[in-house]
Design a protein around this ligand. Sequence first.
Ligand SMILES: [Zn+2]
Length: 380
Amino acid sequence: MTENDKLKTLKLLAKRCARAMGQPQHVALDFVANRLGFPHWNALTGSANREWTPSEAQVASIKAFVERITSYEGAAFDHVFGGPNAITRGDVRGHPYELKTMLGDVYMEGEGWRIVLPENPSAAPNVEIDISHAQNSPINDRVLLAEAIGIAKELMKSVKARRFSDWPRRATKPDAEGTVRHPFLEMEKSNLWYCLHCDAEITGPQIAGNQWHCPGCGASPINIFPEAFWLGRNDEKPAPVQSRAEEQEIEPIVSVVDPRPRLDLNKNQVTHLIRSALFEDAASASERMGASLAEIWVDDDLEVIVSLEDHYWPEDKEPTAAIKVAALLGIEIELEVTWSDPLFAWPGLGTMTRSTAEYTRMMLDAYRSKGIVEERGGNR
Ligand SMILES: [Zn+2]
């Protein structure tokens, strides 16, 4: 396998993993990167081809892992109840609220305050009060707050009652040996379980008692497996989870927040604005490719260096929109020229039209009459 093939394979495996687990693709990509020792997928691809390449063994271990996950295909992964449109209105001691449930969590919102009750039963309710209401919010009243949380908990109870009615009985009631059945992976039963996120070892009664959320890190039921099959021989052995004392009431976490959008300009935002401006500056299909190929490098002080590729961006062409954007942001912009192999032969063709389709046609015609075209299926 070439290095590029390995990355492609990892990406494909992450896609399959995402589909099987009902998770967004970027979560699965980050997950694969984690397993290979990177904080996230972009860090992995950033290092790939430079100081690091995945070994055949690493690719094989991810492959084995994903095969194991997808072998559960057909198992009913979690169903999501509720949604943004199912809203209940009411009032708590004369203060109106809206109540809804999304992805298993319960959301309650009043004027200048909101409460989130996480699906994980051992996580604290999260209470936010807008700063403009901080002094006189009804939520400051502890009795009223407790009542509001009580209302949210009632909804949570009914959401969970509907959820548990789909679960096998053994998922919530351990037998005499402490054996429980996984709520979604119904073929799996065990008295010891492992968390994919924190590698904790969890007993059957512990996991059932915490409604299949990891008592250690709070990971959701799809992260709980009867074997820690993702751990290699040299990885640390899973340790028994430390769970909090049972039936202990969890204090809500109250914070005062400023709900106004806050701009704290970061590299990513600067990069997108500058690239968008380069596209605006591009006067031809060729220059648009130049805008797309440009390397935009933003340093920690948000100073930006734009490397424009000589074949696609004339050296004497000022990217005026990009310069204007940088000025508005109050950041320095430096331009430089780079030379690399053009994407296609005869890059100058792209200066003759504004249309990318038109350029593509000219480029294909040129290859057909003056070059060699590898034939492939598809429209021509
Ligand atoms: Zn965990």
